[in-house]
Design a protein around this ligand. Structure first.
Ligand SMILES: Nc1nc2c(ncn2[C@@H]2O[C@H](COP(=O)(O)OP(=O)(O)OP(=O)(O)O)[C@@H](O)[C@H]2O)c(=O)[nH]1
Ligand SMILES: [Mg+2]
Length: 307
């Protein structure tokens, strides 16, 4: 009988794994499932993630640093361009790249264009068919074949990020694939985002969930003040920027109802995330063309693209 290979028990591993895909494929949902806690906001709308978000997980002796990226699509506005450029940069800098495909959507034009561009990308690639809870098995197999015909992938996973189905297998596989080396972050760290930024993202998520149509894409949220009070609670002030007075009215809602609801949803979640009582004060300001203001991009964590 062959001797089993001796495990290198004292060898640590650490690597960066970027998840890319079309908007709404479930990248952020998957990162949260892989990490085991919410590090990136999720909504049913497209273009929720705007900048690179890191989530960190430990699997055995391996530290896995996941990079959530904005969805990749044909950009129109300046903000779109910055998001898509950032997503590709995230993929290039990673040790491994996972391409997430919404299995129900399949290989449409947007996904095909993404695969084409990925064909000459350097890092090791694997494919993840997500949302398998919505699709029958034969269709999944056909989709896996079609994607691999376009670009050869190391392996294909079929998962449901929402139901946490197949996520543990993916994490175990990744733990064997990241390079040997020291961990980059302390063992208990799950994210590298500052709390101020996480708090702004949580409020933006609530905006996405409460507001309809295009409005969320014309707004951005910044934490402008953060003060720890004597009683252990935290007073947080945030500004929601919109582009027009009419949008400001919608965010405020009748008698301030909408902003109140957004504020109370956000306050509850921020309090849970930072484990302290939170007083959240929200301002809504009109800033025409904030989408062309370099300072707003810095706050989001994006490079300001030229014309
Ligand atoms: N049914 C089902 N829905 C899912 C699954 N994974 C994610 N979703 C849903 O898909 C929607 C988009 O999820 P996100 O995680 O925000 O997608 P994303 O790829 O990060 O989107 P962007 O940040 O806009 O690029 C949300 O409504 C999720 O609840 C899944 O496995 N099954
Ligand atoms: Mg996202």
């Amino acid at each position: 009988m062959a001797e089993p290979e001796a495990p290198a028990t004292d060898e640590t591993r650490c690597g960066f794994i970027a998840l890319i895909g079309a908007p709404n494929a479930g990248k952020s949902t998957l990162i949260n499932a892989l990490v085991g806690t919410k590090v990136s906001i999720v909504s049913h709308k497209v273009q929720t993630t705007r900048a690179l978000v890191r989530g960190i997980a430990i699997e055995g002796r391996s530290q896995l640093v996941f990079i959530d990226t904005p969805g990749i699509f044909a950009p129109r506005r300046r903000l779109d361009r910055a998001m898509v450029t950032t997503a590709w940069a995230g993929a290039h800098d990673a040790d491994l790249v996972g391409v997430l495909i919404d299995a129900r959507r399949g290989l449409d034009e947007e996904v095909a264009a993404l695969l084409e561009r990925l064909a000459d990308a350097r890092p090791a690639r694997f494919i993840i068919l997500n949302k398998i809870d919505l699709v029958a098995k034969p269709a999944l197999l056909a989709l896996a074949q079609a994607a691999n015909d376009r670009v050869p992938f190391e392996t294909t996973f079929m998962i449901s990020a929402l139901r946490n189905d197949g996520v543990a297998d993916l994490r175990r596989w990744l733990a064997t694939r990241v390079p040997a080396g020291p961990w980059h972050y302390p063992e208990d760290q799950v994210s590298d985002a500052p709390l101020r930024q996480l708090a702004a993202e949580i409020t933006r998520e609530k905006l996405y969930l409460r507001l309809h149509q295009e409005l969320p894409y014309h707004s951005t949220v910044e934490t402008v003040a953060w003060k720890e009070l004597k009683d252990g609670s935290v007073r947080i002030e945030q500004t929601i920027y919109v582009e027009r007075e009419s949008q400001r009215k919608i965010v405020l809602g009748k008698g301030g109802q909408t902003i109140k609801a957004i504020g109370s949803d956000a306050r509850r979640e921020i309090a849970a995330a930072i484990e302290a009582k939170v007083h959240l004060i929200l301002f809504v300001k009109v800033r025409e063309n904030w989408g062309d203001d370099p300072e707003r991009y810095r706050e989001i964590g994006l490079e300001f693209p030229g014309d």
